[in-house]
Design a binder for this molecule. Structure first.
Ligand code: NDP
Ligand code: 8X3
Length: 250
């Protein structure tokens, strides 16, 4: 039987790779994001019977509901939700950060993710489905300039673990995916379009690729139904932890 996956943020990076991984294995996809042209390109490439495009700003909770209500019948029985849409904005320390950017990260990474989950829970429970929440190592390990971004990802991880507790006995699986350094449009977005900054961050690092994340989600989604991967943390070999800093009087 054909299965259906809804992935938020399908226009770039991890989300776009997840679409390719699942659609090429026969799944139906509901693909969301703001850039309607990129979503339409997915429909053109794979066919309207395989991909349904839902273009909306995920921070607009009414638009989200309207998009969910408009999903055509063959795509309605969602088996897997991938809450992927998200972003980091800025690298300044908290005391020099931009409050509007903090709000955008919270609205996208936290509020919209929680709302999407809430609205799809009845279907996912009925279908004994699975939820993948794209968190980050930034939710576990602090770094300068990570302030609100890291805090939103700590929410995503804890929300995932708490969902597991609430969904006990339903058969619904929940996984928090927690990647480290991965080359996508992420740093371009974070730096306000600074391609040189993005290129220099990833140069020589052999970062995680979007395809690596798609492969991880595919693998976990296809594990036997009695197994739940609670948290899946992955880094490129070139990245490791070196945590503490000490300030001394001058
Ligand atoms: P990209 O910038 O390549 O993709 C982000 C996706 O999120 C885009 O499809 C974008 O779509 C969507 N999105 C962002 N804001 C909105 C919005 N308001 N409404 C709808 N869609 C939105 O980044 P990644 O693929 O790297 O990021 C995917 C997830 O992975 C994020 O949650 C990120 O925090 C997380 N992550 C990334 C890591 C990395 O190093 N790259 C590491 C760990 C976690 P559009 O712009 O078309 O709306
Ligand atoms: C993205 C990883 O370390 O740049 O979530 O915050 S990091």
């Amino acid at each position: 039987m054909t299965k259906t996956l809804l992935v938020t943020g399908a226009t770039a990076g991890f989300g776009a790779a997840i679409v390719e991984r699942f659609v090429s294995n026969g799944w139906r996809i509901v693909a969301t994001g703001r850039r309607a042209d990129r979503l339409q390109a997915l429909v053109n490439r794979h066919g309207a019977d395989r991909v349904h495009a839902a273009a909306f700003d995920i921070r607009d909770l009414d638009a989200m509901q309207a998009a969910l209500d408009a999903i055509p019948a063959p795509f309605r029985d969602i088996d897997v939700l991938v809450n992927n849409a998200g972003l980091a904005l800025g690298t300044a320390p908290a005391q020099r950060a931009d409050l509007a950017q903090w709000r955008q990260m919270i609205d996208t990474n936290v509020t919209a993710l929680a709302a999407m989950t809430y609205r799809l829970l009845p279907t996912l429970i009925e279908r004994c489905g699975a939820i993948f929440n794209i968190s980050s190592i930034a939710g576990s390990y602090p770094y300068p300039g990570g302030n609100v971004y890291g805090a939103t990802k700590a929410f995503v991880t804890q929300f995932s673990l708490n969902l597991r507790a609430d969904l006990h006995g339903t058969g619904v699986r929940v996984t928090s995916i927690e990647p480290g350094l991965a080359e996508t449009e992420f740093t371009l977005v974070r730096t306000g379009g600074d391609q040189a900054a993005s290129d220099s961050l990833y140069a020589g690092t052999h970062p995680i690729t979007a395809a690596d994340i798609a492969e991880s989600v595919w693998w976990i989604a296809n594990l036997p139904p009695h197994l739940n991967v609670n948290r899946f943390e992955l880094m490129p070999v070139s990245q490791s932890l070196a945590g503490l800093q000490i300030h001394r009087d001058p």
